[in-house]
Design a protein around this ligand. Structure first.
Ligand SMILES: [Zn+2]
Length: 257
């Protein structure tokens, strides 16, 4: 009984929040004006390594993401010179709420509400221009975490929680992960097989028409990896080897239905 009431109340709150999110999505995917995205670095592990990394982080290390999105948007005929701008904001001292991997439906709803509250709370402290989309960049010391937790975003909540390695050597990869999670906040879906990690054909291929099909020269951003044969895919070196495919472009409003 109590459980049913709790879930019903959470669902009602979510309906209201979803209505707002629909409006937000409409304004961010019309591509008539530059969308401002805030990048908020935060240490995921409290280590000295991630703290030192965040201290040296500057805007130039993120600009590649903005350039990549602009170039891809222009390829799809978006006229706006800078469709999106990713801006680095000062580091936060408090990390966003985490979603447990085995979380059930009620726990997921609760997490999404907590994350919305966290976003509101963090953004309310900003006096200068507030971004429309917030990406929380959680940096991990590579020596403490061999694999990173799955990044998560609210596909319609204009918020992304992005896990990254606090390492200069990982920066090109980090920019790919940031661009991938950023596209989720605009409504793009993953295009890889969750069991094998391999890109799905044809939507997860940058050039599905290429002949011979393998090796592909570029990776599709939402598939993440670059198919070199029917059963092998590798991480691209950087955004120079990545493209946004037609299905992802459609999902984020670059191709009108
Ligand atoms: Zn994804």
């Amino acid at each position: 009984m109590w459980r049913t009431i709790r879930i019903t109340v959470l669902l009602l709150i979510l309906v209201v929040v979803a209505g707002q999110a629909w409006l937000d999505k409409h304004t961010t995917t019309s591509w008539q004006r530059t969308v401002f995205v805030g990048a908020f670095p935060v240490s995921a592990d409290g280590s000295a390594v991630s703290r030192a990394y965040i201290e040296q982080l500057d805007q130039g290390q993120l600009d590649g993401v903005t350039r990549f999105i602009s170039a891809e948007a222009h390829r799809y005929g978006i006229a706006l010179e800078e469709p999106l701008e990713l801006r680095l904001y000062p580091a936060l001292s408090e990390a966003p709420p985490v979603l447990a991997p085995q979380a059930g439906i009620a726990a997921r709803i609760l997490w999404s509400l907590k994350l919305r509250y966290y976003r509101w709370h963090m953004l309310s402290r900003i006096s200068r221009a507030r971004p429309q989309i917030a990406l929380f960049l959680l940096y991990h010391d590579p020596a403490l975490a061999s694999a990173l937790p799955h990044s998560a975003g609210l596909q319609r909540g204009l918020t992304g929680v992005v896990h990254l390695f606090a390492s200069r050597a990982q920066e090109a990869q980090n920019r790919i992960v940031i661009a991938h999670e950023l596209l989720h906040t605009f409504g793009a879906t993953d295009k890889y097989d969750p069991d094998t990690g391999l890109p799905q054909f044809p939507e997860g291929y940058a050039d599905p028409e290429q002949s011979p099909r393998y090796p592909q020269e570029q990776a599709e951003l939402m598939a993440g990896r670059l198919p070199v044969s029917a059963d092998k895919a590798v991480m691209p070196e950087g955004l120079g080897e990545v493209r946004i495919g037609p299905l992802s472009a459609r999902e984020i409003g670059w191709i009108k239905p």
